[in-house]
Design a protein around this ligand. Structure first.
Ligand code: OGA
Ligand code: ZN
Length: 371
């Protein structure tokens, strides 16, 4: 059975035999004509302002497998494949293989529950890479095992995903206790749970911390799923959730060469209202400059988030060994470390970042070759 067509003042309605209805505005049809896209690059070449907003077709015709829309008598019609137009009808977002729902996790996951993937599988097989990308995206956290004892080894895995994200700490950074540190990470102090570089316009997405040595006493790694904390906060205290998703915190990092500032809400929601990002770093929060009348409600909400994230309900702890690398979504999962005693042994992590866009792109490209 053929779909049926009804022409309206501004749009065309297609009704498929299975009951699916497509409401196709004429201006959208004109703008979406496949011949208006560059044959090699796939980019839109059509110039929208070359047609009036209220254009209407002179003729509409249904063929067995295509819809033909003629805009001007004598011109070649726009041709739309019927299956294609059904899949792309307005209101239908394009299928996205990278749109993987987060698995919110809490303390029960434990260090042993963190997905683990072997570096060799990621480096040598597309299926191994795809599985690791999907797992890490769903949990916001994974451990890569079996890395060579070289600072290049972690970067090699990161580059399997895409371009590294360079920051004011460099393309990669060494987490070791240093004299004259410009960052608490470069001391042997404990680091409470945080996300990195909240002072950046776009905080880096995935963080890679390759452990080359962890022989000192202490120095365990801690993590907590910001999505789990935020979703539980929404249920438990909607007012606090509202404050943290609307009030922006000023963040700032400055040293001899830089003064990098940005304002961020602690919780960001996506267009579906789901928690899509957490920005939480007490060390980088600048002097709070909210209106005095808003201070108490902000501090109440902010402290509650802080207490929840540090409570035994959410946190997991593990100690990385040489040859392991923790990989996590820095815009979702909070990370920290326990203090260590540098006189008892050497501790050395090598880090870098890869943004979320690179991650999702790699998932999509690998999905193309799946049968
Ligand atoms: C950091 C950090 C964790 C660690 O460098 O930002 O959180 O285990 N380091 O040293
Ligand atoms: Zn950090």
């Amino acid at each position: 059975m053929q779909p049926t067509l009804t022409t309206g003042a501004e749009s065309l309605e297609i009704r498929w035999p299975d009951g699916t209805v497509g409401d196709l505005p004429y201006i959208w049809l004109r703008d979406t004509d496949p011949s208006g896209f560059h044959p090699q690059t796939g980019e839109r070449a059509f110039e929208l302002t070359s047609v009036p907003l209220d254009l209407v077709p002179s003729q509409v015709e249904m063929k067995p497998d295509a819809l033909l829309v003629t805009w001007k008598e004598g011109d070649r019609p726009s041709r739309f494949d019927l299956a294609w137009i059904k899949a792309h009808r307005p209101g239908q977002p394009r299928h996205d293989p990278a749109d993987l729902a987060p698995v919110a996790w809490r303390a029960e996951l434990g260090g042993d529950g963190v997905p683990r993937h072997d570096a060799a599988g990621i480096l040598t097989s597309e299926a191994g890479l795809a599985e690791w990308l999907a797992d890490t995206k769903r949990y916001g956290l994974s451990i890569v095992t079996g890395l060579a004892d070289s600072t290049d080894a972690g970067m090699q895995v990161a580059r399997r995903v895409g371009f590294l994200r360079e920051t004011n700490f460099g393309l990669t950074f060494e987490v070791v206790s240093k004299p004259d540190p410009n960052n608490l990470a470069y001391t042997s102090d404990a680091l409470p749970l945080h996300t990195d570089l909240t002072n950046q316009e776009l905080p880096p997405g995935y963080q890679f911390l390759h452990c080359l040595a962890n022989e000192a006493e202490g120095g365990g790694s801690t993590f907590c799923d910001g999505v789990a904390v935020a979703e539980d906060l929404r249920a438990r205290d909607p007012e606090a959730f509202e404050v943290l998703s609307t009030v922006t915190v000023p963040f700032r990092f400055h040293d001899a060469n830089t003064d990098i500032r940005s304002r961020k809400t602690v919780i960001t929601l996506n267009t579906r209202g789901e928690v899509s990002e957490i920005c939480f770093n007490a060390h980088l929060a600048d002097i709070l400059d909210l209106e005095p009348a808003r201070m108490m409600s902000f501090y109440r909400a902010y402290r509650l988030f802080m207490e929840m994230s540090r409570s035994a309900d959410y946190g997991i702890a593990l100690k990385l060994s040489g040859g392991e690398m923790v990989v996590f979504d820095n815009r979702r999962v909070l990370h920290g470390r326990q203090a260590f005693d540098p006189s008892t042994g050497f501790r050395h992590l090598h880090g870098c970042y890869v943004d979320r866009g690179e991650w999702d792109s790699r998932i999509r490209v690998l999905d193309r070759s799946r049968v």
